[in-house]
Design a binder for this molecule. Structure first.
Ligand code: AKG
Ligand code: FE2
Length: 413
């Protein structure tokens, strides 16, 4: 194990927003310790700044504008973790703070303890394509097996948004009467974890040697990343049944997943083919690559298979995965990796993709996400929609709508 000090630059520089130290625990999982000070919205920050000085001085930038060696070491560790396990554990992240995550998890424990009828009043079915609300036990499964979990789906409150009416954009269903604190906690957490997602993207931009700001500009900014908040509640398995999972083996669909958890259960398939327990460290976030990031990096970053085993008898578990996805209108074209990065891509990378729901890398992200949402809402008609993914087996809930939907907003094809 080693510790490095500050991730970036000196405190004297006002535009350096990330300071971090990084820790590598014993293989296989990389643990990093960041001290982040992101700006208040995801859109205007450039946290892992490699900015050049404003003058065109022919010599290297002044020290406070140069990424510190420790910063580059961190970036290299993230790069290496994503190329192998496709996953690392970020510890002591100040955003979202440990206090916020703990409060949120406590509020969800209250929510899940509510009578079934209170939870069912917030059923996902009522929320339409905003895809927000309560997902009851039995609502999801993996490969024909029902997952042992119930869940809450949410996201930023889109009271008015240019993509309003498109799937995943809309209003939440919160248990305001019974757990009034949950609303603010979810919304606050969603904002903070999005900031963390942006930080990881900035780190990846440097790691992949892409042009500065490339991922933010091409993938996140059209008009903003799709932000899918989830909280799952897992219960112990019924011994008699056997072979049950909290969530079965799968890879994630999107760009990055950032997950908090209050107990053991999550396992990742190692490059050597072994299921490994992902450690539970309070205040930490599991960060993993999703299928589309695997494709965008031409297979350099691995979207890992993972699963959650049910908690021990007499216990339960809460996890809070956040799916940080490309923007709805972001075009899915492979990152223009320079030769030194490209040369790191393993020859057999493409083999992984036959197991995902993707067919080709084409179109915009909304065309992939639309397929996923359409599985839940079979009557969904998306304008000029050409599906570019196969349907996944994950979603068991089908929510027929009565009337043919009208959707505002265009999908650029
Ligand atoms: O809850 C967990 O530990 C894993 C959740 C997960 O993998 C997912 O929702 O995709
Ligand atoms: Fe997952």
């Amino acid at each position: 194990m080693w510790n490095a000090k500050d991730l970036i630059g000196s405190a004297a520089s006002p535009d350096l927003q990330v300071r971090s130290s990084f820790q590598v625990l014993a293989a296989p999982l990389v643990t990093s310790n960041t001290r982040l000070q992101p700006s208040s919205t995801w859109a205007n920050q450039s946290p892992l700044s490699t900015s050049q000085p404003s003058t065109t001085a022919p010599f290297s930038p002044p020290p406070h504008r140069r990424p510190a060696a420790a910063a580059l070491a961190t970036v290299a560790e993230i790069h290496s973790a994503f190329k192998t396990f496709g996953l690392f554990l970020l510890t002591e992240s100040p955003t979202p703070s440990l206090a916020l995550t703990t409060e949120l998890s406590g509020a969800f424990a209250k929510f899940y303890a509510l009578p079934q009828e209170d939870k069912r009043a917030l059923d996902l079915r009522n929320g339409g394509w905003a895809w927000r609300g309560y997902m009851p036990f039995g609502g999801e499964g993996t490969k024909d097996k029902t997952d042992l979990k119930e869940g809450f789906y949410g996201g930023p409150e889109h009271t008015s948004h240019e993509l309003g009416g498109l799937p995943t954009y809309g209003l939440n269903q919160f248990p305001d009467a019974q757990v009034p604190e949950l609303r603010e906690l979810v919304l606050d957490f969603t904002e903070r974890i999005t900031e963390l997602g942006v930080v990881v993207c900035e780190a990846m931009t440097i790691a992949l040697k892409l042009e500065r700001g490339y991922i933010k500009k091409k993938i996140l900014d059209k008009p903003n990343p799709v932000q899918l908040f989830r909280c799952f509640h897992y219960i112990a398995a019924d011994d008699a049944k056997g072979g049950q999972f909290g969530i079965g083996e799968h890879s994630d669909f999107g760009l990055l997943t950032l997950l908090a958890q209050n107990g053991p259960g999550l396992q990742v398939l190692s490059p050597g083919g072994k299921w490994l327990d992902v450690p539970v460290i309070p205040g930490s976030f599991v960060v993993n690559v999703g299928d589309i990031l695997d494709r965008l990096t031409s297979g350099l970053y691995v979207s890992p298979f993972h699963r959650a085993i049910p908690p021990a008898p007499g216990t339960d578990r809460i996890s809070i995965p956040f799916f940080f996805d490309p923007a709805w209108n972001a075009e899915m074209v492979p990152f223009p990796l320079p030769p030194t990065t490209k040369s790191q891509i393993p020859e057999d990378a493409e083999k992984r993709w036959t197991r995902t729901t993707f067919r080709n890398l084409e179109g915009v992200w909304g065309q992939y996400l639309g397929v996923k949402v359409r599985k839940v809402f079979p009557d969904l008609v998306l304008p000029e929609f050409t599906a570019v993914a196969r349907e996944s087996t994950l979603h068991k809930l089908a929510v027929p709508q009565n009337a043919a939907p009208t959707i505002r907003g265009a999908i650029a094809v």
